[in-house]
Design a protein around this ligand. Structure first.
Ligand code: ADP
Ligand code: MG
Length: 240
């Protein structure tokens, strides 16, 4: 479904991505792990065309999306992204936050968009919070709304960037539960996370990045119990 081939990206003279390649199959959950600054967020932003790659290319569903002629908005409708800080619009209710995208960029009627918003909110345990404003919600609830807002666009691929790292530890579990559900439903997900035990449990494949490169990748059991590269072993020893 997704193929990144030798992606390079620099900011000024700092090369942040130094030839990253990644294949993701439909229905797969892939976790990116690695020290802060290793390039995980930049890579996810490139996949969603929020950053322009300097070299290499990215294919999504057989289309080269790094082709300059591509319709970026169309790609972003199909590739959802959720960030660490909940970026809900504070002046809109939960439901208004969710229906905005489907109405504006998918041309859905308010009724259709609302109906799906309600169903999705119900599924993440927030069925009664549609009319609340974001600041009345806990961080975990806001992040669940941010996930619903992304899913309401019916993306084919979901990118999640450390979506639990700003949360009170007590609220992390409720957000991870939503990701577990999405996985069960067959959503294709690429996520950066520092929740190692969750990464191990939920992913089909773990990709360990360091200094803008993929050091190694493999099934969680292999990577966690028998890392091939000493840098992976060192990182895992420090992030139990
Ligand atoms: P990670 O998500 O793994 O912590 P990032 O992709 O956020 O890594 O950052 C990788 C490197 O790129 C860091 O050194 C960071 O400072 C740098 N960087 C990220 N975004 C920018 C930017 N917009 N301008 C300049 N440097 C950036
Ligand atoms: Mg990051």
């Amino acid at each position: 479904m997704l193929r990144a081939d030798a992606v390079r990206k620099s900011f000024g003279d700092h090369e942040v991505l130094r030839g990253i390649s990644l294949d993701v199959h439909e229905g797969e959950v892939v976790c990116l792990i690695g020290a802060s600054g290793s390039g995980k967020s930049t890579f996810l932003r490139c996949l969603n065309l929020l950053e322009q790659v300097d070299d290499g290319d990215i294919w999504f569903d057989g289309t080269e999306i790094t082709d300059p002629r591509i319709d970026e908005d169309e790609i972003r409708r199909q590739i959802g992204i959720v960030f660490q800080a909940y970026n809900l619009f504070p002046h809109l209710s939960v439901e208004q936050n969710i229906v905005l995208g489907p109405m504006r960029s998918r041309g859905e009627s308010r009724e259709t968009a609302r109906e799906r918003a309600r169903t999705l909110l119900e599924r993440v345990g927030l069925g009664d919070r549609g009319s609340a404003y974001p600041d009345a919600l806990s961080g975990g609830q806001q992040q669940r709304v941010a996930l619903v807002r992304a899913i309401a666009m019916q993306p084919r691929l979901l990118l999640l960037d450390e979506i639990t790292s700003a949360l009170d530890p007590l609220l992390v579990g409720e957000v991870l539960d939503v990701i577990r559900d999405l996985r069960r439903e067959g959503m294709t997900i690429v996520m950066a996370t520092h929740e190692m035990s969750f990464a191990r449990e939920v992913s089909d494949r773990i990709v360990f990045m360091a200094d803008g490169q993929v050091v190694e990748s493999g099934p969680p059991e292999q990577l966690f119990t028998a890392p091939r590269d000493p840098r992976t072993a060192d990182f895992l020893a420090r992030h139990r």
